[in-house]
Design a binder for this molecule. Structure first.
Ligand code: AKG
Length: 362
């Protein structure tokens, strides 16, 4: 066990090996699926072991090494929503995680995109996400690639995106592409948080445009208030940790040098559902189909318009980010105003239909 501290300063023991952790559930044992669903409902997360073959994990990493590591192409990043080239930490690992790999397009990095989608739309995974969502078929709406430790702040995914048909009806998966070292910044979960903690809404003092830091502090305060515990499961290459969009989670900072955490994450809805973004708007998405699964696109680089946006955003990051922040503030202010008006009219806030953003807008 590796002894470390959680983001609220409590002690955390991280399993170094499979023997030191719970066995959880095997993806290749169909009868485990029903037990895995029960576990997920109770704890807000579940680990399915051996869901992806080691060969497929190796393939994604080797295609990454061959075509993405050295590319000069700017890509959208999870940390700051900017178009950036790869940057590297002191150990040589890419430390600006790539956002929405499905948008990479059919150009020079298509082999990487396809290898990633082979993992994220894998038929056993598709079965698992559909079962966790209680439907026949799931669709993927968002994805990311991580290599260096990220130290992602504690959050509920719902704050950023969730299901338009109801908060908590979105499931995410963290797909380990290598055996994840205990000191490489494991993903952690606060078990049961999806049932006990109220949704911290993306509005007022916690709105994404001006109150993101206050939101991050508020999540930690909630963890303390509700006395939540932490777990950071052992994940071998091919294991997948699924969690609910209301489950508080994040990732730890690195506590060892020279270790990476090559992984993919993806967020899924019921097929036919739509993405609710920032608790404010239904975000229209163009879609593609891969391995029989529908995949939502937001910044598809096969579209000329999106390539122009990428070039502008990369060459003029400040004006681009200012314009983006202003647009976001406008959107969130409009939604707040609508809620106030609805309140004055005595209507329930939750009955306000979120506005719909057309497909392909940025
Ligand atoms: O792995 C990480 O650092 C964070 C992943 C995460 O929070 C997410 O995909 O929602």
């Amino acid at each position: 066990m590796l002894n470390t501290l959680t983001p609220i300063g409590s002690a955390l023991r991280i399993p170094e090996t499979l023997d030191e952790d719970q066995s959880y559930f095997r993806a290749d044992k169909p009868k485990h699926l029903a037990d895995a669903i029960d576990y997920y409902k109770t704890h807000g997360y579940v680990v399915m072991r051996g869901l992806i073959s080691r060969e497929l994990c190796v393939k994604v990493r080797s295609v990454f090494d061959a075509s993405v590591r050295g590319t000069k192409l700017p890509m959208l990043r999870q940390k700051n929503m900017r178009y950036e080239r790869n940057t590297f930490d002191a150990n040589g690992f890419v430390d600006n995680p790539i956002f929405n790999l499905q948008d990479i397009g059919s150009g020079q990095l298509a082999t990487f995109r396809n290898a990633v989608l082979d993992v994220l739309t894998h038929k056993v995974g598709a079965l698992a996400t559909a079962a966790l969502l209680g439907c026949d078929k799931s669709m993927m709406i968002q994805s990311m690639f991580f290599e260096a430790p990220a130290g992602t702040w504690a959050h509920q995914d719902s704050y950023y995106q969730d299901s338009a048909s109801g908060l908590g009806q979105c499931v995410a998966g963290w797909f380990a592409l290598e055996d994840i070292d205990a000191g490489s910044g494991r993903l952690y979960i606060c078990p049961g948080s999806h049932r006990v903690v109220p949704v911290l809404r993306n509005e007022r003092e916690y709105n994404f445009a001006t109150g993101h830091a206050a939101y991050q502090r508020a999540v930690l305060a909630m963890i303390r208030l509700y006395g939540l515990s932490f777990t950071a499961p052992y994940l071998a290459a091919g294991d997948v940790l699924f969690w609910n969009s209301l489950t508080i989670h994040g990732s730890l900072p690195a506590s060892r040098v020279g270790v990476s955490r090559a992984s993919l994450t993806a967020h899924y809805l019921r097929d036919g559902d739509a993405m609710l973004q920032f608790h404010s708007r239904i975000r229209g998405q163009a879609t593609m189909t891969y391995n029989g699964m529908r995949i939502g696109l937001l910044h598809d680089q096969d579209r000329l318009f999106n390539r122009i946006v990428r070039t502008v955003a990369f060459r003029m990051p400040r004006p681009y980010m200012t314009a983006r922040t202003l647009a976001l503030r406008g959107l969130l202010a409009k939604q707040s105003l609508q809620r106030v008006i609805a309140g004055l009219r005595g209507a329930e806030m939750v009955q306000q239909p979120p506005s719909v953003t057309p497909k392909g807008s940025v």
